[in-house]
Write a protein that binds this ligand. Structure first.
Ligand code: ATP
Ligand code: MG
Length: 270
């Protein structure tokens, strides 16, 4: 058990996001600078573990990132996977569904993006949008999205049973922090491209989203596919939590490097 496991939502537990301080750093005693040093060490470890996973070629890791707008999903991917060989990692962003995607069941578009042997897949948004934004905006009837919790749990169980390790992270920011970050997207010309007219409308539904997240996380945090509620107002702590959890997870996968041909020992390359 690592101290960072305190952010994991235990199956069957209740969840009130208001009880989780987005600004807190409870699993780490040091300050920002020490946190960044620790992160650098974890980056190196993650790089090694990813290479071993790839070399072994037998196991798979799926990382799901969910957050409200400006929650820091992009920054997390940059910081946590800094230095990791891009060849063994695939990132998929799930945006508003296309017409073709909407003409299928909600899991159709995500399944092709699960990791293969030796791969790490990172999902920036995911099938969870279909019980979050879809719920908040009534995009399908309630009876339909409610059933999706079970379908999601079953889908993730399928992946786990077939050898995919799954870790899901909700980047939990405060409403104040979101205001500052959105304002920055307006004020800073270099960040303006990130601005989206819909963001203010979404922000107005803040409480609805908190409720939708609470319910979705509780309904789908399982042993095989646990959710972590990550305090995300401080970027360095957010990155640290996710790196710690991923390194710990990969270490727990007991990756074995292929031994190679024993007869080549002692061979000199001329
Ligand atoms: P940032 O956090 O930087 O704002 P982003 O992930 O919000 O990045 P955007 O292009 O701004 O990226 O938004 C993607 C949008 O697509 C989100 O508003 C999200 O809710 C929406 N979306 C994703 N999946 C679905 C879905 N299944 N149905 C409806 N909308 C979806
Ligand atoms: Mg957005």
């Amino acid at each position: 058990m690592s101290r960072f496991d305190q952010h994991r939502i235990v199956p069957g537990a209740k969840l009130r996001l208001a009880d989780h301080d987005p600004h807190g750093t409870p699993a780490f005693d040091g300050d920002k600078q020490e946190g960044k040093q620790r992160l650098a060490a974890l980056n190196e470890r993650l790089e090694e573990l990813q290479e071993a996973l790839y070399a072994e070629g037998k196991q798979r890791l799926l990382v799901v990132l969910q957050a409200l707008d400006a929650g820091g999903k992009d920054g997390t991917i940059r910081a946590v996977f800094d230095g990791v060989n891009p060849q063994g990692v695939k990132v998929k962003c799930f945006k508003r569904p296309t017409e073709l995607e909407l003409a299928h069941d909600f899991l159709w578009r995500v399944h092709p993006h699960v990791p293969g042997n030796g791969e790490i897949a990172i999902w920036n948004r995911s099938h969870y949008e279909d019980v979050l934004v879809v719920r908040v905006h009534d995009l399908v009837p309630k009876a339909q999205w409610r059933r999706r919790y079970e379908h999601i749990a079953a889908f993730e169980r399928l992946l786990a049973d077939e050898g995919t390790v799954i870790r899901k992270f909700f980047l939990h920011i405060s409403k104040d922090e979101q205001r500052e970050r959105l304002q920055e997207r307006i004020d800073n010309p270099k960040k303006r491209w990130k601005w989206n007219d819909g963001d203010l409308q979404e922000r107005a539904r803040w409480n609805d989203y908190q409720e939708a997240y609470e319910e979705a996380i509780v309904a789908t945090s399982t042993e095989a596919a646990p959710w972590y509620v990550v305090p995300a107002d401080r970027n360095w702590y957010r990155d640290l939590v996710i790196s710690e959890v991923l390194v710990h997870t990969l270490e727990g996968m007991h990756i074995r490097l292929p031994e190679g041909d024993p007869d080549i020992a002692g061979t000199v390359v001329k």
